[in-house]
Design a protein around this ligand. Structure first.
Ligand SMILES: C[S@@+](CC[C@H](N)C(=O)[O-])C[C@H]1O[C@@H](n2cnc3c(N)ncnc32)[C@H](O)[C@@H]1O
Length: 309
């Protein structure tokens, strides 16, 4: 059973699938585009909204990415002082792949807490962590900007692939997280240079898809090169930068792997950086390469360890 903390209720998680219905993609997209048009949300209000799907395929992808990253994330956690007995927070924990590893590191005498704005992700994380039999971990649906967690109650915090999704509010989010960490505690930030993602095949359509994704993300004010800017963002949030390191993340999945760019296809069509017809053209290739081997996705990733003074 997951341990519940007094400040965290075991709230009922309503799980609502965001998966597209089983219908031809072209007709799905007509409906999706029409639904967005009807919702008439001004683009300014949609800026910073998380654009990736939260479904089974996304869970598989995030786990495959976490597997490829753990070899360089774990040493960063250790260098940040995370170890047996630590109390550590992951903001934007998604389906919990790395949170489980953090929980292993802090051990039975410590505690790992994961928060995410997505009820689907938290529901998935909760059952995944339960399956792993980890009792020193708990999860909660909460927004990192205003989590309701107790100030200065964590030794360390961790954010991976979250700041790229919050547009110009990265330093603001980090300031909110800083308040949750005790003075002298640490924050580990990990993110990529998303302009340099590459694939091991020569598939022009994938380049088109990635370009449409980049245009959509930029349109929403997200910083695609955020990994390179992590030291500045940490300093802007009033943190002392202890170290900055980088590595090439090469993902060699053992499950069908669709690019995150593909997961963001609804937003790509909404922002008109590609058309529904483009998606129909790209879909067979995405499906083909999701399962073909060898096929690698590579992206440069950067990690900052920062300290709250
Ligand atoms: C790309 S996923 C990364 C998940 C996990 N950190 C990993 O590396 O596997 C980003 C996650 O951040 C969450 N997220 C985005 N903005 C957030 C916020 N303001 N507060 C909490 N979670 C947020 C999203 O819902 C999503 O699950």
């Amino acid at each position: 059973m997951l341990k519940e903390h007094a400040t965290l209720s075991s709230e009922k998680v309503s799980v609502e699938s965001h998966r597209l219905p089983e219908a031809p993609l072209s007709s799905q997209l007509v409906r999706v585009t029409a639904a967005f048009a009807r919702s008439a949300i001004p683009v300014s209000d949609m800026t910073n909204h998380y654009t990736l799907a939260q479904d089974e395929q996304s869970v598989m992808r995030l786990r495959a990415m976490a597997d490829s990253a753990i070899g360089f994330e774990r040493p960063a956690w250790r260098d940040a002082g995370v170890g047996p007995g630590s109390r550590v927070l992951e903001v934007g924990c998604g389906p919990g792949a790395l949170l489980g590893e953090l929980a292993m590191l802090v051990g039975a005498s410590g505690e790992a807490v994961g928060i995410d704005t997505s009820a689907e992700a938290i529901s998935e994380a909760r059952s995944y962590l339960r399956r792993r039999g980890l009792s020193q971990v708990r999860v909660k649906v909460a927004d990192g900007f205003d989590s309701g967690l107790e100030p200065e109650s964590f030794d360390s915090a961790y954010l991976r692939l979250v700041l790229v999704h919050v547009g110009e509010r990265a330093a603001e989010l980090l300031r909110a997280v800083r308040e949750l960490v005790r003075p002298g505690g640490t924050i580990v930030l990990s993110d990529g240079d998303h302009t340099s993602t590459g694939i091991s095949g020569d598939v022009p359509e994938f380049e088109e898809l990635m370009n449409a994704w980049k245009a959509m993300m930029s349109h929403r004010g997200n910083d695609l090169r955020i990994g390179l800017h992590l030291p500045r963002i940490a300093a802007d949030a009033g943190l002392q930068v202890v170290s900055f390191r980088g590595h090439m993340n090469i993902i060699e999945p053992d499950v069908p792997f669709r690019m995150p760019h593909w997961e963001a296809r609804k937003a790509i069509v909404t922002d008109e950086t590609a058309t529904a017809a483009d998606l129909c053209r790209w879909e067979p290739l995405v499906e083909h390469y999701a399962a073909s081997r060898p096929f690698y996705t590579c992206f440069p990733s950067y990690t900052v360890i920062a300290r709250r003074l």
